[in-house]
Each structure stands twice: as C-alpha cells, then as structure tokens.
Write a protein of this length. Structure first.
Length: 256
C-alpha cells in the first residue's frame, strides 16, 4: 500500500511503497501481470462497492443523510479489506494519483514504481473502475452503461477534491516516511470515510474512480462534463500533498 516468487526481471526494480508490507521489509515482487491484475480487480471491486452501496441506499431510504452514511460505511469496510488483501501484491494503489506520486518520489532511485509500471498500473486502474461501475449496475438491474447526470462542476466541489486528495497523499506518504505503513489499511479507509463527510465533494480523490463513476446514472455518479475538472483538482491535490509531506516529514541529518 508479498508474493511467494518474483519474476527475475522484477527483482532488479525498486520495491513499491506497499501498505501491506512490514516496515523495513523488502519482499520479493510479484510478476508485473499479477500486480496489474491486482490493481484492476481491486479498483473494480472498490468502484462496485461505492456504486452498489449507493444504489442499495437509495432503494432502502429517501433520507439523503442515511444514504451517504450507508455509502460511506460500505466504502470504509470494503476499502480496508481490499488494501489488506491486495497490498502485499501490488501496493494496493487503486488510484492513479497514488501511483504517480509514488513514481515521483522514486525518480531519484528510491523505492517506488518505475515508468513502465506506471504505464501498466494506470490503465489497469481505469479499466477496473469502469468495469466495477458496470458490474454494480448489472447487480441492481440498472442500465449497464448510462452516463451520469449528476453535475459536480461547482467551484466549492473542486476545492473539496483538492483537499481530499492532498489529505490522502499526505496520509499515505507520511505513513511511509514515519515507518508506519502497517497501519495503512485502517488509516486510509478511515480517512476516506471521514472525507466523505468533511469535504464538499464527498472525496472522490481518485481519477480512475472518477472516470468509472461517470458510467452510472445513480447516487454515486458524476456527469462526464465534470470529470476533467475533478481529475485536474485531484492532480493539484496530489502536488499539494507531496509538498506537505516534504515540509512536515523532514528527514533528519545523521549526527556528526
């Protein structure tokens, strides 16, 4: 956020920031195809949880507050389980901004994903997100693909995405700097659950999930016209988050 055997070619690449690994451990890496599958399936499951619980909530109650409570609760538990399960395989990014932020922090030879891995992870996450939305619609007898009409283009919602994404990046990479990644399944899921409520946008904080949610005209949907604005603000939030990590988690100099 360890697989039994790593492909020979993967052993020479740096280990990713993995929320499922013990601090200080350098486990053997799974083959890239396995990691891509974990990212695709994990992102698909995450979006299916978000969209499916939103549909279920709207069928059970007309109270918008209860709908959001049900949606956020399902997301918290589902995300925590997915990170715990798939973190040891791929790092459980499920999110292009997390993948890109990890690549950026690793550009000087530190641990993290390589450009080749970014080129595999990000498409897998996007395809998974779209598949997850379609799967959720299918489970609830909704049209498999129906563009959302839920406009989310207001400025205050875009600000909410900056805040939500910056906080997520600060949390993940702050835990990494503090050698506390073993707490990531609980910490990341808890943060997303809280951000559902304290951000105006209900915390998408994920370009792949944003794209996937455009494919469903249900409670969790986002109109296609709002997608680019959300993704742009998520990228801004990632930059802000990395800046906060650099500011707060300053690496100490060794004693003379």
């Amino acid at each position: 956020m360890t697989a039994a055997e790593a492909a020979p070619q993967a052993q020479s690449s740096p280990a990713p920031v993995s929320v499922g690994s013990a601090p200080g451990a350098t486990p053997p890496r799974a083959p890239l195809i396995a990691r891509a599958a974990a990212e695709l399936i994990g992102t698909a499951a995450l979006v299916a949880i978000v969209v499916g619980s939103g549909i279920q909530a709207t069928e059970l109650t007309k109270d918008v507050g209860l709908q959001l409570l049900a949606n956020s609760t399902a997301t918290v538990f589902g995300l925590g389980i997915l990170i715990l399960l798939l973190g040891p395989v791929s790092g459980a990014h499920f999110n292009p901004v997390v993948t890109l932020a990890e690549w950026w922090t690793a550009r000087r030879g530190g641990p993290g994903v390589t450009p080749r891995e970014v080129a595999v992870y990000v498409p897998a996450q996007i395809v998974g997100a779209i598949a997850g939305a379609i799967l959720a619609d299918a489970m609830f007898a909704e049209p498999l693909v129906k563009w959302s009409t839920h406009d989310r283009s207001s400025g205050h919602l875009l600000l909410g995405e900056v805040v939500a994404t910056a906080g997520l990046i600060l949390l993940i990479f702050g835990l990494a700097r503090a050698d506390r990644l073993r707490y990531a399944p609980v910490a990341v899921a808890s943060y997303i659950g809280a951000a559902y409520w304290f951000t105006s946008s209900t915390s998408f904080a994920n370009p792949a999930v944003t794209i996937g949610r455009a494919f469903t005209d249900t409670f969790a949907g986002i109109a296609p016209g709002s997608v680019l604005g959300f993704i742009g603000m998520q990228l801004v939030g990632a930059v802000v988050g990395l800046g906060l990590v650099a500011l707060i988690f300053v690496r100490g100099r060794p004693a003379a």
